[in-house]
Ligand binder design. Structure first.
Ligand code: MRU
Length: 336
C-alpha cells in the first residue's frame, strides 16, 4: 500500500486522518488513550479492524502513562478499556482487541511495571501484524471467487484504510488483480459520510484499480443493466448464524444482488465474528448524530431542526449471502 492507516512511531500512535481524505493526506499523532477513543468516535480512524488495532495501541498508551503506579495499574487499565470499548458499539473488533489486551496483561500480572509497559506495546504491535496477515489471507482465499473481466460492486470502505493491512473486501480485489485478473469496480458513494466516494475511490485509484463512483441510488439500475458480476463488502460484526452487520445500505445491496442473481460475498477476519450472539437481531446498531445527514462538509442540506434517523449500520441476513470469506477460508452462506 502507498499509505499507512496506523503506525506506531517512538511511543506514539500515528493515524491517517480519514476525515480529511481525499483533499488532504495528513496524520494525527496521539499520545493518550482518551485521544485514541475520541479519534475512533469522530471517524479519524474507522473500519472495524482498524478501530480494533487503534484501541490496542490505546491500551498500550494507557499502560505507558508514566504517573501510573503499580497499585493503580489494573484499575486504570479497566477504565481505559471501558472508555475505548464505548467509543463505537457495533464493530466487535474494538471490544475484541481491548479484551485481548486486558487478558494478556492480567495473565502476566506478575511482570514488574516497567516490563509490563513494554509488554503492552509488544502485544499491540502483535495485534497490528496479525491483522495485516489476516487481510492477506482473506485476499488469497477470496481471489479464487473472482475471474478475469468481472465487474464488482462494493459499499462503504473495507480496504486498507479500514484495516492495518490491505483490507478485507478490497483485499480480495487487490489479490485477484495481482494475479493478473482485469477487474472493474463500482463504488457506492455511501451516504451519509461518503466512505465510498472519499475513501474507497481514493484508495482504489492509488492502487491503479479501474473504479467508477456511483450514488447509492444508482446501484439498482446498474444491476438491472447487467453490469455487476459480484458484490463484495466488509463486516462490522458477524453473529453465530452468519448474519452480518455492515455499513448502512449494505442490506439494500444484498436484496438487489439476490433479485438479480448476482453473488453477494462478505469478507472479514476472525476478530469480526461474535459467537456470543445467536443472530443479527442481537447486534447493537450505532446511531450517529443527525448532523451527518443534514450536513455535508459543513453545508446544510435540510431545514434547521429537521428530524433525522441515522443508524450507521444495518444487518444482512445470512439467507442473502452467497459466502463469507475469512482468513480461515470460504464459508457458504444461505445463497450458496
Ligand atoms: O462507519 P465506518 O466507516 O467505520 O463503517 C465501516 C464499515 O462498515 C466497513 O464495511 C466495515 O467496518 C468493514 S472494514 C474492513
Amino acid at each position: 500500500m502507498k499509505f499507512k492507516t496506523l503506525d506506531w512511531v517512538d511511543g506514539a500512535l500515528h493515524m491517517l486522518d480519514q476525515r480529511l481524505l481525499p483533499n488532504k493526506v495528513e496524520n494525527v499523532v496521539l499520545h493518550t488513550f482518551e485521544e485514541v477513543a475520541e479519534s475512533i468516535k469522530n471517524l479519524t480512524v474507522r473500519g472495524a479492524p482498524a478501530i480494533g488495532v487503534a484501541a490496542a495501541y490505546g491500551m498500550a498508551l494507557a499502560a505507558n502513562r508514566m504517573e501510573l503506579t503499580e497499585e493503580e495499574f489494573s484499575d486504570e487499565m479497566e477504565r481505559a478499556g471501558a472508555v475505548l470499548r464505548n467509543a463505537r458499539p457495533t464493530a466487535v473488533n474494538l471490544a475484541w482487541a481491548v479484551n485481548r489486551m486486558l487478558d494478556v496483561m492480567e495473565e502476566n500480572g506478575a511482570i514488574p511495571l516497567p516490563e509490563m509497559r513494554k509488554f503492552a506495546i509488544r502485544e499491540a504491535i502483535k495485534i497490528h501484524h496479525e491483522d495485516a496477515s489476516m487481510c492477506s489471507k482473506i485476499g488469497t482465499n477470496g481471489a479464487a471467487l473472482l475471474s478475469d473481466g468481472m465487474t464488482i460492486l462494493t459499499h462503504c470502505n473495507a480496504g486498507a484504510l479500514a484495516t492495518a493491512g490491505m483490507g478485507t473486501a478490497l483485499a480480495v480485489i487487490y489479490a485477484a488483480a495481482s494475479q493478473g485478473k482485469k477487474l472493474k469496480v463500482y463504488a457506492d458513494e455511501t451516504r451519509p459520510v461518503l466512505q465510498g466516494a472519499r475513501l474507497t475511490m481514493w484508495e482504489l485509484m492509488q492502487e491503479g484499480i479501474d473504479a467508477t463512483l456511483i450514488t447509492d441510488n444508482t446501484a439498482a439500475s446498474v444491476f438491472a443493466a447487467g453490469k455487476i458480476d459480484a458484490v463484495i463488502v466488509g463486516a462490522d460484526r458477524i453473529a453465530a448464524n452468519g448474519d452480518v452487520a455492515n455499513k448502512i445500505g449494505t442490506y439494500n445491496v444484498a436484496v438487489l444482488a439476490a433479485h438479480h442473481g448476482v453473488p453477494f460475498y462478505v469478507a472479514a477476519p476472525r476478530s469480526t465474528f461474535d459467537m456470543s450472539l445467536s443472530d443479527g437481531s442481537k447486534i447493537p446498531i450505532e446511531e450517529r448524530s443527525g448532523d451527518e445527514v443534514v450536513q455535508i462538509g459543513g453545508s446544510r442540506l435540510a431545514p434547521a431542526n429537521a428530524k433525522t434517523f441515522t443508524p450507521a449500520f444495518d444487518v444482512t441476513p445470512i439467507q442473502l449471502i452467497t459466502a463469507i470469506v475469512s482468513d480461515e477460508g470460504v464459508m457458504p452462506g444461505g445463497r450458496a
